[in-house]
Design a binder for this molecule. Structure first.
Ligand SMILES: [Zn+2]
Length: 481
C-alpha cells in the first residue's frame, strides 16, 4: 500500500493501486514510467498500450445484425487487448480496514486485490437521505459543510455494507458493488469511463460496408434501437432502411432519442436545389468533404439525412472517417497535426432561414482533449472565413497542414461512396465523419430531395445508456465492458 501512495495517488494514470487491476502489461508500463522522468512520455506509453479511442478493429458486414455481432466480437478482442482489463468476478468483501495516516479506507476483495477510498471522498458521497436527495439521486450535502480533512471514528463491515461512523457521529453506509465500481485504480477508472462514454471507435476506410438496420424496427424495438446507437457510436455511421417516403421521419426518429437540435436552418431542413441558395448544400453542385456547422462553437454531434427523392444522374454521397485520418496525419505528418490541433480558424455563416443570422466561430480543424485524443473535426471549406486571425508567418504553414489533411482524406482507399435511395435514412457522427456529395443533374420532373436534422451527442448517449439498462438490466452495468 505504501507503494501505492508513493506511485502517486493523484498523478492520473500513474495511480496503479491494487494488485487486482495490475496486469503484467500494466506492471511493465509502470516500470517504464518509473524509469522515465518525463511524465508526458509516460502518458504516451500508456496510450499506445490501448486507450479508449484507439483503433481496435475494422468492420465489414452488410446488416446491422451481423455488424453488431461483429462489433461485439471486436469489442471483446479489443477489451482483451486493453492492458487494464478489470477482472471483477465478485464484489464479495474479505475485509475492510482504515489506513489512519493516509486517511484511506482499504477494502480487500474475496477475488483478490484491494481498493482504496479517501475519507474525504467517502464523506462527500454519503448516500444517506440527509446527504443525498433520493428522489433526484443528487447530492444535497454542501461543499462548505464538508470537512475535507475528516478522520473516521469507526469502520466496520456488517450485513454486506461498509459502514463508517464519522467524528461528528454521522453514519454512512456503502454498498460493496457501488464501491467496487468506483475503485480509484487506473484500470477500474478506465473501465467505468468506457462504460459511460463508449469512446472506443472502430476505424475504417473505403472497405467499410455501412451498417444498416430497419427504420421501423429501431422505432419499435429497444434491442434494435440499442444496436443502432452502439454502431453509430462505434463505427460513426448507420443507414436505416425502409423509412416512409414523406417528410417528418427525421423528427420521428429524433423523438426516439428525445429531441432534435434547432439551428438557424430550422428544426429540420430540406436539401434541394434552390434558387438564391443560402447554403452551398442547396445547389446541385459538388460538395467537398466537410463537417456540418463548424461556424458554431458547439457544432451538432449527430446528423440525420432522409432521402425522399434521388437524382437519376450523380448525387452520390461520400464519407470519410475523420478520426482515422487525423491519427494517420499524426503519424505521417506530426507537424501538420500539431498545427491543425493548435491554430484556431475563423468560420462564418451569414443569411436568413429560421431567422436571420450572422454567425462567427473560431475552431481548431482537429480538436483533441487534454489526453491528446482526437474528439472532434471542424472543417467546412465553404464557411471557412476569409478572416484568418494568424500572425503572418503562420499563414503558409497553416495552408500546408490543411492541404496535407485534405489530401489524406481524398485518397480513394479512405473514401466510402454510396448512393441513397428513397426511404434510406442515414445517421452519422458529425463530430467524426466528413461527408460530401457528387454533383447531380437537376430535373424539374425528378427533384433530388433530402430532409435533414441535427442532434447532440449528450442526448444520444443519454438514450443509449437508458436502452442499455432496459435491455441488459442494471447488473450488466456493474460489470466490466
Ligand atoms: Zn449522510
Amino acid at each position: 500500500m505504501k507503494h501505492f501512495i508513493r506511485a502517486g495517488f493523484c498523478s492520473g494514470d500513474a495511480g496503479f493501486g491494487s494488485r487486482m487491476w495490475t496486469t503484467t502489461l500494466a506492471q511493465c508500463t509502470l516500470q517504464t514510467m518509473l524509469k522515465r522522468s518525463n511524465s508526458v512520455l509516460a502518458c504516451h506509453t500508456l496510450r499506445a498500450g490501448g486507450r479508449p479511442g484507439w483503433p481496435v478493429a475494422r468492420s465489414s458486414s452488410t446488416s446491422l445484425r451481423t455488424n453488431w455481432m461483429q462489433l461485439r466480437e471486436h469489442g471483446t478482442q479489443a477489451t482483451a487487448r486493453l492492458p487494464f482489463t478489470p477482472l471483477w468476478t465478485s464484489t464479495a468483501v474479505k475485509q475492510v480496514r482504515s489506513l489512519e495516516q493516509e486517511r484511506l479506507l482499504e477494502v480487500e476483495w474475496e477475488d483478490a486485490g484491494q481498493s482504496l477510498y479517501p475519507y474525504t471522498w467517502l464523506r462527500d458521497n454519503c448516500q444517506c437521505p440527509v446527504c443525498t436527495l433520493q428522489s433526484a439521486q443528487a447530492r444535497s450535502l454542501q461543499l462548505s459543510q464538508l470537512d475535507i480533512h475528516t478522520g473516521v471514528d469507526q469502520i466496520q463491515f456488517t450485513d454486506n455494507k461498509v459502514s463508517i461512523v464519522w467524528p461528528d457521529q454521522h453514519t454512512s453506509e456503502f454498498d460493496p458493488e457501488w464501491l467496487k465500481k468506483r475503485c480509484f485504480s487506473s484500470a477500474a477508472r478506465q473501465a467505468l469511463q468506457e462504460e459511460l462514454f463508449l469512446n472506443e471507435r472502430v476505424y475504417w476506410g473505403s472497405e467499410l460496408q455501412i451498417p444498416t438496420a430497419s427504420f421501423e424496427e429501431v422505432l419499435r424495438d429497444d434491442k434494435a434501437a440499442l444496436a443502432w446507437l452502439l454502431a453509430l457510436r462505434r463505427t460513426g455511421i448507420v443507414c436505416l432502411k425502409g423509412a416512409p417516403v414523406e417528410q417528418g421521419q427525421v423528427t420521428r426518429l429524433s423523438q426516439r432519442i428525445g429531441y432534435l437540435r434547432l439551428t438557424f436552418y430550422g428544426h429540420t431542413w430540406q436539401v434541394q436545389d434552390k434558387p438564391q441558395a443560402n447554403n452551398v448544400a442547396y445547389t446541385s453542385g459538388k460538395l467537398s468533404l466537410h463537417t456540418d456547422y463548424p461556424a458554431l462553437h458547439y457544432p451538432p454531434g449527430v446528423q440525420f439525412l432522409h432521402c425522399l427523392s434521388q437524382a437519376n444522374e450523380g448525387g452520390d454521397s461520400e464519407v470519410v472517417d475523420g478520426f482515422h485520418m487525423a491519427e494517420r496525419l499524426r503519424r505521417e505528418d506530426p507537424e501538420a497535426f500539431r498545427t491543425l490541433t493548435s491554430l484556431r480558424v475563423d468560420f462564418t455563416d451569414t443569411g436568413a432561414d429560421y431567422c436571420d443570422f450572422m454567425v462567427q466561430s473560431k475552431n481548431h480543424i482537429i480538436d483533441v482533449d487534454s489526453d491528446g485524443q482526437v474528439v472532434r473535426i471542424n472543417y467546412n471549406n465553404a464557411t471557412r472565413d476569409s478572416v484568418l486571425d494568424l500572425p503572418l508567418h503562420q499563414v503558409q504553414p497553416f495552408y500546408c497542414s490543411l492541404h496535407a489533411y485534405v489530401q489524406l482524406m481524398m485518397r480513394p482507399e479512405n473514401i466510402v461512396t454510396y448512393k441513397m435511395e428513397p426511404g434510406d435514412l442515414v445517421t452519422f457522427d458529425n463530430w467524426r465523419l466528413l461527408h460530401g456529395r457528387k454533383s447531380y443533374l437537376s430535373h424539374p420532373d425528378q427533384v433530388r430531395h433530402l430532409e435533414g436534422a441535427y442532434l447532440d451527442w449528450d442526448e444520444v448517449m443519454s438514450r443509449l445508456r437508458i436502452l442499455r439498462k432496459s435491455v441488459h438490466g442494471e447488473s450488466k452495468n456493474q460489470q466490466a465492458p
